[in-house]
Design a protein around this ligand. Structure first.
Ligand SMILES: [Zn+2]
Length: 291
């Protein structure tokens, strides 16, 4: 008996992170697409919004609260003002202040633990990661890389940057590559655009719906787990920092997932692969189940 690499023993995993948290109309368009995919396929894709505190205002916060409450989004930190770089630690007090205040302010606004960070401006280095470790469980960087969740630095999570493309082909190919490799892809988005000059940071609007529709079809084949960045971070920590205690009893096999991780934060199930069974079994931190 063991904990599956990914939830439901899927072959691979895929996450979307939308940076900055401030592209309202584009976000609402993406939300309509996510809803359409859910209605057609039954797959609810939850994106992670990396939020810059200084970019937020009441209308944006209300929009994100609605998306969060409907299960289409969760959040992580993306600095106070988007001006710092975590690969320049000349003045570490500035970075400590940014990491701490970003977390505290977002937690106060959304009333939820903020466990992950996304470094603004792409880069960060070991000294930056050491600071982030005091406040967060993980950090996404700008490096173009597919992640092997057993051999990775959780403070240097690689990403696939969604750039302007005329059709959905590069996005679909990236999902295919993720499934083939069995890795975890984190796609970095900013906004959805109709303008060709947005070549670097934006994904063409018409390519998003076919991409997520394809992803949902692959989810239904269990080729991929579509999870938020936060869900995967929690899954990896639980998978790699828990012990399975197994006892045969009169009622059946009693299994406890023992961990010292805080259960108020690590509140998602992991999947157990049980011998002689094709179905996985869900178990939460410090929960005991009988099978
Ligand atoms: Zn940004």
């Amino acid at each position: 008996m063991k904990i599956a690499t990914y939830y439901n023993n899927a072959k691979s995993a895929f996450s979307f992170v939308f940076d900055d948290g401030c592209y309202k109309e584009s976000t609402l368009d993406a939300y309509e697409n996510l809803k359409e995919v859910y209605e057609k396929t039954g797959v609810k894709i939850k994106i992670t919004s990396a939020q810059t505190v200084g970019f937020l205002h009441e209308g944006l916060i209300d929009m994100w609260k609605k998306l969060i409450s409907e299960g289409y989004a969760d959040i992580c930190g993306h600095s106070i003002d988007h001006c710092l770089c975590y690969n320049d630690v000349t003045d570490p007090t500035l970075l400590h202040k940014d990491a701490k205040e970003t977390k505290e302010k977002l937690e106060a606004i959304y009333n939820t633990p903020v466990i992950a960070y996304v470094t603004p401006g792409g880069g960060s280095n070991q000294a930056g990661w050491d600071i982030l470790k005091e406040y967060y469980y993980a950090n996404r960087n700008g490096n173009d890389r597919l992640n092997d969740t057993y051999n990775m630095n959780l403070y240097d999570i690689g990403t696939f940057t969604a750039r302007f493309a005329y059709d959905e082909k590069p996005y679909i190919e990236n999902i295919e590559k993720t499934i083939e490799d069995g890795g975890w892809c984190v796609q970095m988005n900013h906004w959805l655009s109709k303008k060709e000059q947005d070549t670097h940071h934006a994904q063409k609007y018409e390519t998003f719906l076919p991409e997520i529709m394809y992803l949902a079809e692959q989810v239904n084949k269990n080729n991929v787990w579509a999870c938020s960045l936060n869900e995967m971070v929690k899954y990896i920590y639980l998978r790699d920092n828990s012990t399975l205690v197994v006892n045969k009893t009169e009622k059946g096999t009693e299994i406890t997932l023992k961990t010292d991780l805080p259960t108020d934060i690590f509140n998602i199930p992991v999947s157990l692969i049980v011998e002689n069974s094709v179905e996985c079994v869900d178990i939460y931190a410090n929960e005991t189940i009988i099978i």
